[in-house]
Design a protein around this ligand. Structure first.
Ligand SMILES: [Zn+2]
Length: 128
């Protein structure tokens, strides 16, 4: 496959490793934040805390959880992409086997599908 040069793969691997570091720190921070929030809520209740504070804490917790889930999913995709670099299948669409293309990979290094297949997956009605 003439899809990517060794240099391009090297650059994308660096981008993926940077992203993994960032996500790893983010997921850790969110997980710790969740635990701290739970503890501080207990203290507030003990001290006779206010209703409004509890409500806003819950909203923040919900946001944190969905963010955490998104970050974890992204982390799994980044890991899978790094694995594919090792296996030599990086840059190929998982659906049609065609090249994903450097333009797309530069923007989304962990992309699993080419633009065409990703488009099909999102909107089933789109037929070219
Ligand atoms: Zn494809």
């Amino acid at each position: 496959m003439d899809v990517l040069t060794a240099n391009q793969i090297k650059e994308l691997r660096t981008a993926l490793e940077d992203e993994r570091r960032r996500l790893g720190a983010s997921v850790r921070w969110l997980t710790e934040g969740e635990r701290t929030l739970g503890e501080s809520q207990g203290e507030e209740t003990h001290a006779g805390g206010e209703q409004a504070d509890v409500a806003s804490d819950l909203t923040e917790q919900t946001l944190d959880l969905s963010l955490q889930r998104a970050e974890r999913e992204r982390l799994a995709e980044v890991d899978a992409a790094l694995e594919k670099i090792d296996k030599g299948s990086f840059g190929l669409c998982e659906r049609c086997g065609g090249p994903i293309g450097i333009d797309r990979l530069t923007v989304v290094p962990w992309a699993r599908y080419c633009v065409r297949c990703a488009g099909k997956g999102v909107t089933g009605a789109r037929t070219a």
